[in-house]
Design a protein around this ligand. Structure first.
Ligand SMILES: C[S@@+](CC[C@H](N)C(=O)[O-])C[C@H]1O[C@@H](n2cnc3c(N)ncnc32)[C@H](O)[C@@H]1O
Length: 363
């Protein structure tokens, strides 16, 4: 067995071939690595190639969206709606209870309601109701990587609301935006639940610019962002309660997708807070990872891949350093300005710990 600096070890006899892994072959997303040339990806669907790239990279990780299979989406919804310390769902719900009619008034009919990262759309129901009150009928396009989950949610929404048509798009955010670019009707685009904060800290302005590029000045972009920046409160909100979703279910998925023997009990779930200055453009953020509690090896037989973990080694469930963010109003305004939007309106909960902002694309 030979050792590499990135903790990937060679070996694995698969289909009669001896394969090796050195982690340097996967150079960009979507690369298909041939059998016998490091990890075996012949049977891996192209959509999972970024996951293989993350497993075999020096900084072992999975892309954040990989946490959201159907079971992951259910666990996520359960945690956010029942947690006593993660207040995002309740705060945003109360804002939308008070201001969904204001949001609905921002675009003219006929309007398409789009939601990026829609998940269970449990708070979106308030906006749907307000838009149906105003326009009588509505087309809703939820965009989410958790395809089966949003299809089920969409069917339930159609049963619950007369006049509502749901056209789910199961896929990544930018693919969903491209899918919608041919539509000329005004769009009300929602990005709720602080989901934008899961975008890596150094990619946030580019992501906003990409969204802006798909919108016209008739459209509006409503984004919900956490304004709780207190480190103690962030550590409570993003603490061990997330383990079943952020760690255990993801490890189950890895084992199923790649015929693996990764043992969730050998990893601890760790959260840290990185504070950034209140007068700067960068929000404070929460980082999260799993820490190996002992030296051991994990095998993914379908990939012919063995990963070696040192005691204390980190495995990240995000592409970069950040998992989620805490913003202030100055930073939200600057984010909008730097990416071609103006902060047209905003609403906060009564403690000023959450902000739902309506951004208008600037000509
Ligand atoms: C933080 S949850 C928010 C869910 C819901 N909007 C809410 O407010 O409770 C993020 C959602 O975005 C989806 N998601 C995460 N990354 C994604 C990506 N890169 N492209 C598309 N969907 C993604 C997840 O499946 C999940 O439903």
């Amino acid at each position: 067995m030979s050792h590499h600096s990135n903790g990937i070890t060679t070996m694995e006899k698969l289909n009669g071939h001896v394969t090796k892994a050195n982690g340097s072959v996967i150079t960009k997303r979507g690369d298909v690595i041939k059998e016998n040339n490091d990890v075996i990806t012949r049977d891996v669907p192209p959509a999972l190639m970024p996951v293989v790239a993350g497993l075999t990279s020096k900084r072992k990780h999975v892309p954040y969206w990989y946490l959201y299979d159907t079971r992951g989406s259910e666990l996520f919804e359960e945690i956010i709606t029942t947690s006593k310390t993660y207040g995002v769902w309740q705060k945003e719900y109360s804002i939308l209870q008070n201001h969904s009619d204001d949001i609905a008034s921002k675009t003219s009919s006929p309007v398409i309601l789009v939601e990026l990262g829609s998940g269970a759309s449990s708070k979106t129901r308030l906006v749907i109701e307000a838009m149906l009150r105003r326009h009588g009928s509505l087309e809703f396009v939820p965009v989410d990587v958790s395809k089966e989950h949003i299809e089920e949610v969409g069917q339930q929404l159609e049963r619950d609301y007369e006049g509502l048509t749901v056209e789910p798009f199961g896929g990544l955010y930018m693919d969903g935006l491209c899918h919608l670019s041919a539509r000329n009707e005004p769009k009300m685009m929602l990005f709720l639940g602080n989901s934008f904060s899961n975008t890596q800290i150094h990619e946030q302005v580019d992501m906003m610019k990409d969204i802006r590029a798909q919108l016209t000045t008739k459209d509006r972009f409503v984004i919900g962002l956490n304004m709780d920046r207190d480190p103690k409160s962030l550590l409570k909100a993003y603490g061990p309660q997330w383990t079943p979703f952020q760690k255990d279910n993801c490890i189950d998925r890895l084992n199923k997708d790649f015929d693996g023997d990764m043992d969730a009990a050998k990893f601890d779930f760790i959260t840290e807070v990185v504070e950034n200055p209140a007068d700067g453009d960068t929000p404070s953020y929460v980082a999260g990872y799993w820490k190996s509690s002992l030296a051991h090896c994990v095998h993914f037989r379908k990939l012919g891949l063995t990963l070696e973990f040192q005691s204390g080694e980190k495995f990240w469930f995000t592409e970069g350093p950040s998992w989620s963010c805490g913003w202030n109003l100055h930073q939200i305004r600057r984010l909008a300005e730097r990416s071609g939007f103006a902060l047209e309106d905003y609403w906060t909960d009564e403690d000023g710990e959450y902000c739902t902002a309506c951004l208008a694309p600037v000509a």
